[in-house]
Design a binder for this molecule. Structure first.
Ligand code: SF4
Length: 344
C-alpha cells in the first residue's frame, strides 16, 4: 500500500473518532474508553478546533455554562518527605522552596479575599505525606474560624489520610478533599518512589465512601506517553471524582524533572478535550502550569474546549495570573461564576 493511501486511511480512522465521540458522549453521555481516548490524543492539529468544539458542547450539555471558581492557600509549604519528582515542595531535592507555615489570621484573611472574588471554594493545602495530630488540630481550628467568619465552602488537601482522619474532616464540615492521582498507574513509579499508586487510590476511595466530594487531579507533561495519558484519564474516570484539576508540568529548578521540556500548547488542549470526553459530568479545573503551557490564548481555548472551573490567584509554589484577568475573561466569554448556594 502506498504511503499516501496509508495516511488517508489513518486520517479517515482518526476523523471517525470525533463522529463516534459526538454520538457516544455528546448524545448519550457515555465517556470514551481508553482506546478511544488514545485516538483522540493522536488527532492531527487540523482536527483540534473541531475536537475542542465538541468538548465544549459536551461541557455545556452535562455541566452547564457556569464556571466554578476556587482559591487555594498553603498552610505548610515545602519540606515534604516524599520524592514526587515534579514537586518543588519535596524536601528530598535541592529545590529553593523551604518549609513555611502560615498562621491562622493570614488563613482567614485569604479565605475572605477568595470569597470577595465570587469564588465558592477555598482549599487549604499542606505539603505533607499525611497530616499528624498537630496539623489536624490546626486544620480544625482554621476550619472553625473560617466557617464562623466567611461564607465559602472549605476543601482540604493534606496528603494521604487514615480512615479516622477522613471521618474527622467530614465531621468538621470539609465538603471536598483533594488527592491527585497525578499520572497513570503504569508511569507512577517513574516519578514517585516513596509511596505507591495504591496508597493514593486508598485515600481517594475512603474520601468518596465517607460522603465528601473527591477532587482528584492529573499532572500532564512529565514524559508520559499518549497511551499513558489515555490510561490516566480512564483511571480517573473509574474513580468518578466530582472534580479533576488539570495541571501541566512547570519544570521547577532543583527537581528531577527540571530539564523536562514544557509540553506543547496543542497537546495540552488535546488532553483537556480528551479528559472532558472521558468525564462528561466532572468539574474540570484549570490548575497549575497552564499559564506557562497555554498562555492567554490557550487559556481561552481551554475554557471553550472542556474546562469549567478555574483557580484564581496564585498556586502553591508558582504565581498564577492576577484573579482579575481570569474573572474578566469569564465575563467576556459570558460564563457566569457558579454561586455558593448552588454547591452546598
Ligand atoms: S506532590 Fe505532595 S506528597 Fe509529593 S512531594 Fe509534593 S507536597 Fe509532597
Amino acid at each position: 500500500m502506498a504511503g499516501s493511501e496509508i495516511w488517508a486511511r489513518r486520517e479517515r480512522k482518526l476523523t471517525s473518532i470525533l463522529e463516534q465521540a459526538r454520538e457516544q458522549v455528546a448524545v448519550r453521555g457515555i465517556g470514551l474508553d481508553e482506546q478511544q481516548l488514545l485516538r483522540v490524543l493522536e488527532l492531527p492539529d487540523d482536527d483540534v478546533p473541531e475536537l475542542l468544539q465538541l468538548a465544549h458542547e459536551v461541557r455545556l450539555e452535562y455541566c452547564g455554562v457556569e464556571v466554578e471558581v476556587e482559591g487555594i492557600i498553603s498552610v505548610k509549604t515545602g519540606g515534604c518527605p516524599e520524592d514526587c519528582h515534579f514537586c518543588s515542595q519535596s524536601g528530598v531535592f535541592d529545590s529553593p522552596v523551604r518549609s513555611v507555615w502560615l498562621n491562622i489570621p493570614e488563613l482567614v484573611q485569604a479565605a475572605k479575599e477568595t470569597a470577595a472574588t465570587g469564588a465558592s471554594e477555598f482549599c487549604i493545602v499542606a505539603a505533607v505525606r499525611g497530616p499528624d495530630i498537630k496539623l489536624m488540630n490546626q486544620i480544625k481550628f482554621a476550619i472553625d474560624r473560617i466557617r464562623s467568619e466567611v461564607d465559602i465552602n472549605i476543601a482540604c488537601s493534606l496528603g494521604m489520610l487514615t480512615q479516622h482522619q477522613v471521618n474527622q474532616l467530614r465531621d468538621w464540615g470539609v465538603h471536598r478533599y483533594n488527592h491527585n492521582l497525578e499520572t497513570a498507574r503504569s508511569f507512577f513509579a517513574e516519578v514517585v518512589t516513596t509511596h505507591t499508586y495504591e496508597e493514593r487510590l486508598e485515600t481517594c476511595h475512603m474520601v468518596r465512601e465517607a460522603g465528601m466530594e473527591l477532587c482528584c487531579g492529573a499532572l500532564i507533561g512529565m514524559g508520559e506517553t499518549l497511551a499513558q495519558r489515555a490510561e490516566l484519564a480512564t483511571q480517573l474516570a473509574a474513580l468518578d471524582p466530582h472534580e479533576v484539576p488539570m495541571n501541566f508540568l512547570n519544570p521547577r529548578p532543583g527537581t528531577p524533572l527540571e530539564n523536562q521540556g514544557i509540553m506543547a500548547g496543542r497537546d495540552a488542549l488535546r488532553a483537556i478535550a480528551a479528559f472532558r470526553l472521558a468525564m462528561p459530568r466532572t468539574v474540570l479545573r484549570y490548575a497549575g502550569g497552564r499559564e506557562l503551557t497555554l498562555g492567554d490564548l490557550g487559556t481561552r481555548e481551554g475554557l471553550l474546549g472542556g474546562i469549567n472551573a478555574v483557580i484564581v490567584g496564585n498556586y502553591l509554589t508558582t504565581l498564577g495570573r492576577p484573579a482579575t484577568a481570569d474573572l474578566d475573561l469569564l465575563v467576556e466569554l459570558n460564563m457566569p461564576i457558579r454561586e455558593l448556594q448552588k454547591t452546598l
